[in-house]
Design a protein around this ligand. Sequence first.
Ligand SMILES: Nc1nc2c(c(=O)[nH]1)N[C@H]1C(S)=C(S)[C@@H](COP(=O)(O)O)O[C@H]1N2
Ligand SMILES: [Mo]
Length: 255
Amino acid sequence: MADRRRFLGRAFAGLSTAMLAGCYDLDEKPWFTGALGKVENLTREVQHLFAGPQTLAQEFTKADIAPVFRANGTRDPGTPDYKAHLANGFRDWRVTVSGLVDHPLSLSMDRIRAMPQRTQITRHDCVEGWSCIGEWSGPQLALVLAAAAPRPKARYAVFYCADPMTVEGDPDHYYYESLELSEAMHPQTILAHRLNGAILDVPHGAPVRLRAERQLGYKQPKYLQRIVLTDTLQGIGGGKGGYWEDQGYTWYGGI
Ligand SMILES: Nc1nc2c(c(=O)[nH]1)N[C@H]1C(S)=C(S)[C@@H](COP(=O)(O)O)O[C@H]1N2
Ligand SMILES: [Mo]
């Protein structure tokens, strides 16, 4: 345990010294890739060792923001449905909240923009080996979920997206993700509709995507349409809690 603490101390010190402004390619830093792998394996333990469930991810200053925020995964859902939404400025886009809630919701973008907003400058870490600092704005998901009144049995929030993904033998498969409710209610988990002060663009998830700042990149679903509260992940997609999890990534994507 003490060894692990020492190791993590070093790993995190390394992370912060690497934190020069903007985007950097971690592939160029072999020590980092190794450390990230190990940190990932320990993350569950780290949270309990160092952090209560409501600990904040580090926030940065405007000077740290990357001039260009890299886009990854789907850069445009490209479906007829999405194209129609884009063409009319997402006026008919809805984010629905259903499942184990007393008050199912259907929120327009106007509603989402009219809620109290949180702005946070954070570092996005993709497991493919790059990080990027950006400023995200939107309402806290906790406010939305509170309005939906989760039932006591609710354990997970499952997020469904508008972009189709290739899954062999399943032509009708879209990106999805999930978080434990405590992580969904975390103060830095927001429905982000702005990036670096501008309206969220298509490559980064327009009109709205999740930011859960203590989580790895694949836990930040873009093109968000539907949030369903459940008591189990079984029977959803491949049953592992997310598109990438179904391909073998770990469900626990905490940093
Ligand atoms: N809907 C959707 N969300 C997604 C993805 C995707 O392909 N589709 N890729 C994930 C991954 S692996 C990363 S690193 C981030 C990339 O976000 P960005 O394009 O804003 O950088 O989005 C995540 N959310
Ligand atoms: Mo990623």
